[in-house]
Design a protein around this ligand. Structure first.
Ligand SMILES: [Zn+2]
Length: 336
């Protein structure tokens, strides 16, 4: 875990702790006052949007969030003491640690622009190689202690794209990803676990939760899987009423709660264990999911040697069992 993440005295608040020194100040007050520290000179002009009412901005973010547009940044486990808010030498841990071996893939949690690629991201109290991605709307994600960068500064990245390798650079006791989520502006952290959960992602590695109204690549995955089950959906990546009604019928047929949410109860019933030689819409679903993680496959529905290699590569860099088969564990990781 991090020994010193966010441990040093910082000029700016590292988390949105209501008991902190900035309690009661408006966001505008923060920007105008103490919040304007060394970080401010690096803020893009778009951060002016942070002065919008926080509730409205968060509601807007939430409305656009459960859309398959977010992805779990890394597979691993939550180490003891690595939780957001845990004590750190008088401060509190600004992120959530996810432990795995050095070289484990680190993926962009959402599409955005790489705005920091430096030691500690230039943020106070952080150590080690780090990336910061700006997602727009005042939202940022931070990836720390990396062993290798796989994207350049100012790169545009997609959700789920591999951006780095997990490592142990900086002040740490072992390899892990230190992952932070910032809202409003860079420097204002929130709990990454709940932040991602509100966007349908389980940072601990569980199945994603895709709700009606969503859109994006994961919806394409669902539509392909549904079509394999005979529902005849238009594969447009929009989880509208027709797709949602079909999912509800599927859920009823499986004895599940017919709420239209493709989540931990529905995914396991929806996916297929696939291996080389398979052919059809379920393979298109798999290829789409692999492409969200950067595989670059042709979505042709044929599980040949190229798709098998892509499955093996994904399993390897995410520390799954490398067998070239897409079973439930691989599906859960791919669609998480
Ligand atoms: Zn940490």
């Amino acid at each position: 875990m991090c020994q010193s993440c966010a441990a040093s005295a910082a000029p700016a608040p590292l988390h949105a702790d209501a008991s902190g020194p900035f309690r009661g100040l408006s966001r505008r007050g923060l920007l105008a006052g103490a919040g304007l520290g060394a970080l401010a000179v690096h803020l893009p002009t778009g951060s002016a949007a942070a002065t919008e009412p926080e509730a409205a901005a968060e509601a807007e973010a939430a409305a656009s969030a459960r859309n398959g547009a977010w992805a779990c940044p890394a597979l691993g486990r939550f180490p003891a003491g690595g939780h957001y808010g845990a004590p750190r030498g008088g401060a509190s841990h600004a992120g959530q640690d996810v432990s795995n071996s050095t070289g484990t893939a680190v993926h962009a949690a959402a599409a955005g622009t790489v705005v920091r690629r430096s030691w500690g991201g230039g943020l106070p109290g952080r150590t080690g190689n780090a990336l910061v991605i700006a997602h727009g709307g005042g939202q940022y994600t931070y990836y720390g202690h990396l062993s290798a960068y796989r994207v350049g500064l100012n790169a545009e990245v997609g959700a789920g794209q591999r951006i780095a390798d997990m490592g142990a650079t900086g002040n740490v006791t072992g390899p892990h990803l230190h992952f932070e989520t910032h809202t409003g502006r860079l420097g204002t952290t929130v709990n990454p676990v709940s932040f991602l959960a509100a966007r349908g992602v389980d940072l601990s590695g569980g199945w994603s939760r895709i709700d009606p109204g969503a859109s994006g690549a994961t919806v394409v995955v669902i539509q392909h899987l549904m079509n394999r089950r005979g529902y005849g959906l238009v594969v447009d990546g929009a989880y509208g009423s027709v797709s949602a009604d079909a999912v509800k019928r599927f859920q009823r047929s499986q004895g599940l709660t017919a709420d239209g949410q493709v989540g931990p109860a529905t995914w396991p019933e929806l996916v297929y264990t696939l291996r080389q030689g398979a052919d059809g819409s379920h393979v298109r679903a798999l290829q789409t999911a692999l492409n969200k993680r950067g595989a670059g496959l042709a979505v042709d529905g044929g599980f040949g040697s190229v798709t098998r290699s892509a499955v093996r590569a994904y399993q390897s860099v995410n520390r799954l069992v490398v067998d070239g088969e897409a079973g439930p564990v691989t599906w859960r990781a791919l669609t998480g």
